[in-house]
Design a protein around this ligand. Structure first.
Ligand code: ZN
Length: 219
């Protein structure tokens, strides 16, 4: 079977990166589905945002309850009492959840196989590397082998953003004609503000700086 003929499951949070990945998958595969993980994020808005985008794009959407992550770990994404802070040198940011991407990708693979989808698409990126070990390319390649062995299947994990920076992620969305959609309809901000966000949190700074950089280059 031709890989192109097979569908894709996109790990989808409703943010800039995974929405760009969703458009990327829609350009390549006839059948695209999305899976979102509900792990007690600070903002249930994130889930609402993901739902709306899938409805807009006519993508079948599965939301999986991963609230046990909140029981296992203490971090700024699931505990309002913990401040969102960028990592100091040698330390991970307070938003880090141990093993999160590994768990999410594993559950996405189980769901994908059930639905007959071979490709798994995730927006992880090593370029704006914030220290999350399970966002690294080497980890993704390792997990791909492990999943194939675990489920006797030939998944292909795609990471379209792995080696590009935020400005290039905006460029990718623009080349697909989706820059405005991504800019206005996604939620990246740790304070739960749509689009350009609060402008102050680490996620907003990264996103907005990337957009400025891209727009300056485009003109
Ligand atoms: Zn923000």
């Amino acid at each position: 079977m031709n890989i192109k003929d097979e569908g894709a499951m996109v790990v989808f949070s409703g943010g800039q990166d995974s929405t760009t990945c969703l458009f990327w998958a829609l350009e390549r595969y006839a059948k695209v589905e999305a899976v979102t993980f509900d792990y007690g994020q600070r903002h249930s808005k994130e889930i609402e945002c993901a739902k709306k985008i899938c409805a807009d794009l006519g993508v079948q959407h599965t939301i999986l309850d991963m609230s046990l992550l909140g029981q296992l770990t203490e971090n700024a994404l699931t505990r309002d009492s913990i401040k969102v802070e960028a990592g100091e040198e040698g330390h991970l940011p307070s938003t880090f959840v141990d093993g999160r991407n590994m768990l999410f990708l594993t559950f996405a693979a189980v769901a994908a196989k059930q639905k007959g989808l071979r490709n798994i698409v995730t927006g992880v990126c090593e370029t704006d590397f914030s220290g999350y070990p399970d966002c690294r390319d080497i980890f993704i390649k390792s997990l791909n082998v492990t999943l194939n062995l675990a489920m006797d299947h030939s998944f292909v994990i795609h990471t379209p953003l792995m080696w590009i920076d935020k400005s290039e992620t905006w460029e990718l969305a623009d080349k697909m004609g989706k820059l405005e959609y991504v800019r206005d309809n996604t939620l990246t901000c740790y304070n739960g503000i749509m689009g350009a966000g609060c402008g102050e949190c680490p996620a907003c700074k990264l996103r907005n700086h990337g957009l400025e950089k891209y727009l300056a280059r485009r003109e």
